[in-house]
Write a protein that binds this ligand. Sequence first.
Ligand code: ZN
Length: 173
Amino acid sequence: MSEYKIKLTNLDRGSCESLFTIRESFFKDFSFSEITHSDIIVKCIASKKLEKISLAININGIIKNFLCDNCAENIHIPVISNSTFVIRQSENNDLNHDDILYVSSHDNFIDIKHLIYELITLAVPNKRSHRSISSESECNKDMEKLINKYSFREENKDADPRWEALKSLNLNK
Ligand SMILES: [Zn+2]
């Protein structure tokens, strides 16, 4: 049973706040996850107004051990996101709306483990490099040069047999 659950009962007396810390053990259930290490705090606030339950989810932290797009060194990527969902009780699982979460009317809680995973994934920027995360961080220049040289060789290997020869020389080293 997942520990990432939000209680939907007892909300009549205001809102209910839950905090989760997301570290590497969280990602073990997502075997295809590109993200494996993180230090993220997820703050969830469930509240009820006029019979409508809403859930605000705030994600704040860093993803660790991501490879820089340019130099392939490890970088830490900050992730921040704020989302609000409406929780509806319905037996129809086929319904699909981005901002509505459906739970069975028998359930007095909602499991948000998968939702947290999706929100973290969506918060990752498309560009993941030293330069894109901070103007002060620098790529490893030597690694960058090496990678550029290597990708040039890869692209041209069919066009020129000499590249093939060079490649095999490198492999035998
Ligand atoms: Zn870099």
